[in-house]
Design a protein around this ligand. Structure first.
Ligand SMILES: [Zn+2]
Length: 409
């Protein structure tokens, strides 16, 4: 069965009453805190219509099993607020699709027939994740439904741009699809630049892409669902699903350029021109700074991008390195303070080379943020490095496919 058949089967019947999906639609949290499955869903931003209720309910069951694992039909009914009859019908459908399996009977001392435990079959499908954010290499991986990587592949960019670079993406995806031991649920891609919601790369100067319809090109070549998004937006989704990020968080990617992904109330923020988080060419301060590739002076990237940081560190003796990193951290803090204040963020996460970022730079960023925001509201703001390392964009690409195809995240 292909992933598109999974999608089709989810719309076979659309009869469940709309009231059963209210908890999901409004992100309602049961008492006892914010851990657990349904509350961590990326919140749908549009109203749930009755005709969509069944696929929402289906996602609700999948989401519960995805995060909690090993549950009986009665457990799922209790945790989701769906009726036993609805849960049984959805489970039968999900078992027929190969997504849910019975694990056996629960061993407990309660009288009566022991309950049969269910789980998501985490090896039923594989996801192809691609990371196009590195300057010289496109990297990719096969991931299972838990985001674990089972195979990797790379292709050297070797200066390719335009259609030639697209063909390298296709070749990389082909290598991975050919290695897949299970049906491919979809292909997720984290691309540099500004990407619209249809997966068109509107602008990625380094790759020479302007209005490149990468998502539809890959979908046509491979016949599976494809999601293409900005690399930092993919990365913040990985932090939300696998890295424990709060629902209000900003992830800053620091590499060849500087970008950011934003989550507000568990919902990714894209902006009306899909350029939310494009902070690299925001000028920081009024005191000049180095001339940027974009022509302005003192852009955040001139202080913080890895090539610019390395250049300054190479020019100066070791004794001055902490000062350079502290200064870069202060500039980042100055740029982020109004964002943290305006959006009431609780968490800022840095992604990039740990040896440069996780020291005087991060310390200066958090100190500057605290000094420039209101202690009573933002004093508890946390700033940390991502725990997902170099694979953050690959895993975020997998989250986009999981979220789009199964409604889990
Ligand atoms: Zn600039």
């Amino acid at each position: 069965m292909t992933a598109s058949e999974v999608q089709r089967s989810s719309s076979r019947t659309e009869s469940a009453p709309p009231t059963t999906v209210q908890g999901f639609a409004h992100g309602k949290a049961p008492a006892g805190g914010r851990t657990g499955a349904p509350r961590r869903a990326l919140r749908p931003s549009s109203k749930v219509l009755p005709e969509h209720a069944r696929s929402h309910n289906r996602s609700l069951v999948l989401q519960t099993l995805y995060h909690e694992g090993s549950r009986s039909r009665a457990d799922i009914a209790r945790e989701t607020g769906l009726t036993r009859v609805t849960v049984s019908a959805l489970v039968a459908e999900l078992m027929a699709d190969g997504l849910v399996v019975e694990l056996g009977q629960r061993e407990d001392s309660r009288p009566g027939k022991p309950a049969t435990l269910l789980d998501l079959d985490r090896s039923a499908f594989v996801i192809v994740g691609l990371d196009l954010s590195e300057h010289s290499t496109f990297s990719g991986a096969l991931l299972d439904l838990d985001g674990a990587i089972s195979a990797r592949a790379e292709v050297e960019l070797a200066g390719s741009t335009g259609d030639e670079a697209v063909e390298k993406v296709v070749a990389l995806a082909r290598t991975l699809v050919d290695q897949a031991q299970a049906p491919v649920l979809g292909i997720g891609v984290g691309s540099p630049g500004v990407v619209d919601l249809a997966g068109v790369v509107l602008s990625a100067p380094n790759l020479g892409w302007n209005g490149m319809p990468l998502q539809s090109i890959l979908a046509a070549r491979f016949g599976v669902p494809v999601v293409v998004a900005n690399d930092a937006n993919a990365a913040v989704l990985a932090e939300h699903s696998f890295g424990g990020a709060a629902g209000d968080a900003m992830l800053i990617t620091i590499g060849h350029g500087v970008g950011a992904g934003l989550l507000l109330g568990g919902t990714p923020l894209f902006g009306s021109r899909f350029a939310a988080g494009e902070i690299g060419h925001v000028v920081v301060g009024t005191d000049g700074g180095a001339v940027c590739a974009c022509g302005k002076r003192g852009c955040l990237e001139t202080w913080l991008s890895i090539p610019n940081l390395m250049k300054r560190l190479d020019e100066l003796p070791d004794a001055d390195h902490d000062r350079v990193l502290t200064e870069a951290g202060e500039r980042l803090g100055i740029a982020l303070a109004p964002v943290v204040g305006a959006l009431d963020l609780s968490e800022v996460i840095l992604s990039g080379p740990t040896e440069l970022l996780d020291g005087p730079l991060a310390a200066a960023t958090v100190e500057t943020l605290r000094a420039r925001t209101m202690a009573e509201f933002h004093g508890s703001l946390t700033l940390r490095m991502t725990t997902l390392g170099q694979d953050i964009v690959l895993r975020g690409a997998a989250v986009m496919v999981l979220s789009g195809q199964l409604g889990v995240s």
